[in-house]
Design a protein around this ligand. Sequence first.
Ligand SMILES: *Cc1c(COP(=O)(O)O)cnc(C)c1O
Length: 328
Amino acid sequence: MANLPRVDLILKPTPLHRLDRMSEALGIDLWIKRDDLTGFALGGNKGRKLEYLIADVLASGADTVVACGAAQSNFIRQLGAACAMFKLRCVAATMHLPYYSGAGSPKGKSLSHDGGNLAIDALLGVDVRVFPDGDWRALYAHQGEVAHEQESLGRKVYKVAIGGSSPSSAFAFHEAGLETTGQAGPFDFLVTPSSSGSTHAGLAHVFADTATKVIGISADPDPDDELRADIVELCEALDGLTGLHKGIRLRDVDLRMDWTGEAYSIPSPEGNSAIRALARTEGILLDPVYSGKAFAGLIDLSKRGDVRGRVLFWHTGGVPTLFAADLT
Ligand SMILES: *Cc1c(COP(=O)(O)O)cnc(C)c1O
């Protein structure tokens, strides 16, 4: 196992517990992993990634981190908190609604342009730049411009990938998977939200040669073969970092595209109704961009009998966007 440099940000292990009422409602043995409760900047899966990412920033000698994402990004919120702790300047190139160009500009109601994560970003001192909506390629170009601007001011810049995705962040989820084996299990199925793919990749890698089937529910309507290829690439890097040769191929990656809704970052009726269902049966709050859509997937898959037995749902956080969404 690689010994990657790491800083401490989150409380580990995060809780893992059974959902008695929802188990009964769905007729499965349902458990939940609470990465919404990391104890760090309102929680979420990015805390695990940032423990490695920030160590890498510090090793690089950079004083400024330049990120990109949706304006209501959960990653930028948690990155901003970590940067503040280590006295790093944090600048983020954002759009309210970046979209996949193949599908064209979405029509649905997106998240609000203030409050939610943006309120916390301001509190943390993140320099958030909002560009006109466009596709992801345009957003990455703006990130490059902001990085150049910062360099021309004499700053030493570290550019982070979308969602903090990297082999080390996938490694953080390989470790998170091991963390669950000391808590409960084994599970027949593990269902996780998936977007940049590093959460899915780490969990798929750790459980690859076990009886636990890992299913990712995509939050992005991008071509699924491209998303799967990213996950395979991360898994190959994990073979190296862990010394465990899992040899995961494209057809081994179980990524479902049926619950993305109209577009990334546009709440869907199914996702919103899943959020209400879990809130009203268990008092647990999901988010409208990732975990709500993934839980809608879990509900449908359990009704079809495609997930059954002992099932673990990975709660990746995102709760602050509930305060920026209209779920009606
Ligand atoms: C970023 C995020 C995800 C997606 O995680 P990836 O590792 O990028 O696939 C899922 N849920 C929430 C709440 C997130 O903020």
